[in-house]
Design a protein. Structure first.
Length: 94
């Protein structure tokens, strides 16, 4: 099974990519930093409309520990992501 992590995945281009990857049977990790409510709504939409698993994960890509956690430990209950796309609005990526 494919696992895709998209930061900034709760809105804008990131949200569009989340939906496109779900449509192509990727399990989705919706990375958000500040907009938990939108991430939760999108997560529920995916679970209702696609035959994939979806979780949300608070990720601050400017925080080195958050990045290490993703790639060293995977995401809780999931394998390391096969695909990582950063669509956050940060200019200070670690």
């Amino acid at each position: 099974m494919k696992y895709t992590l998209i930061t900034g995945g709760s809105q804008g281009l990131g949200e569009s990519l989340v939906l496109e990857f779900a449509k192509h049977n990727h399990n989705i990790i919706i990375g958000y930093n500040t907009n938990k409510e939108k991430a939760e709504k999108l997560n529920e939409y995916i679970k209702t409309n696609y035959k994939v698993e979806s979780i949300i994960k608070k990720i601050d890509i400017t925080n080195e520990e958050d990045i290490k956690d993703i790639f060293n430990n995977g995401v809780t209950l999931w394998h390391n992501p096969n695909t990582f796309l950063d669509y956050s609005q940060s200019n200070n990526i670690v």
